[in-house]
Write a protein that binds this ligand. Sequence first.
Ligand SMILES: O=C(O)C(=O)C[C@]1(C(=O)O)C=C[C@@H](O)C=C1
Length: 364
Amino acid sequence: MSEQELKALRVRIDALDTKVMELISERARCAQEVARVKMASLAEGEVPVFYRPEREAQVLKRVMERNQGPLGNEEMARLFREIMSSCLALEQPLKVAYLGPEGTFTQAAAMKHFGHAVISKPMAAIDEVFREVAAGAVNFGVVPVENSTEGAVNHTLDSFLEHDMVICGEVELRIHHHLLVGENTKTDSISRIYSHAQSLAQCRKWLDAHYPNVERVAVSSNAEAAKRVKGEWNSAAIAGDMAAGLYGLTRLAEKIEDRPDNSTRFLMIGSQEVPPTGDDKTSIIVSMSNKPGALHELLVPFHDNGIDLTRIETRPSRSGKWTYVFFIDFVGHHRDPLIKGVLEKISQEAVALKVLGSYPKAVL
Ligand SMILES: O=C(O)C(=O)C[C@]1(C(=O)O)C=C[C@@H](O)C=C1
């Protein structure tokens, strides 16, 4: 390509950037108008709702449906995710607490769902995320709930038993783990590998094959593992890209998770009910009396109405020995007439039933 051709293309790109910028600014002004209309139409004592997950899901889906390339649908939706995040920040800067410290996969999930224009607050434990949301110190919280290799995140499920929370969104993240070392690490004398217990479990086979005699130390998060390694010469950490970048560590081995499709699902928790989008999921907690056939009774209404169960998990109820609660996720919104009927049927048989929330299925 000649210098002249390159120059002409760059002139075109500059002109397009100016147009793109003008359009983004026009969109941002529209969002400001939306905020004004929302404020003006409030009833007395009503609190304005700026963040609208159901509308965001609609916008992102539309982008993916209309995209004609060459950028992929997800790539294009990610760009719009960030534009919307910045537009919302003009209306109301969202505060989001997540399971920290900085550099965790939960932070990456929070950014994937809300975009980067939020004020994010790392918390030391899952329960603290719940408490921060309950106290109203932040608008939303982000917590991991299940991993495709290791199953449920029990701390999160148990926290739902203790706090009144509304689930208002979900996001799934592909989890790639790397073996990370600091610049002073003597790579032939590694005697300790730090990571979160779930991540150590997700890389168990790889560790057995490559570091069978090295001590595995479970710490509170992958980012914490990365932080520790920075100052030690004989240890390594298992963590992801964000933590590697944040603590300036080198990848000794990449993508060491035992299953290549290793993914984690995260939930957004808050106090805001989300209206139906037509493509939603609902999460409930049910406790049944401890009698034969209780689980069968619980599942029959779902089966009879052709409702797709996406997950069922059992946890001790914490209110009596050998009594259990079921966490159930299914497709549909609790305001759909069909789902309403099913929930009514279940509540006739159940000791207790709580709808944790209905929310749009993850778009990205
Ligand atoms: O449609 C709205 O209610 C808006 O506030 C606008 C907008 C957007 O930028 O598209 C911004 C924030 C909301 O979460 C959803 C959408």
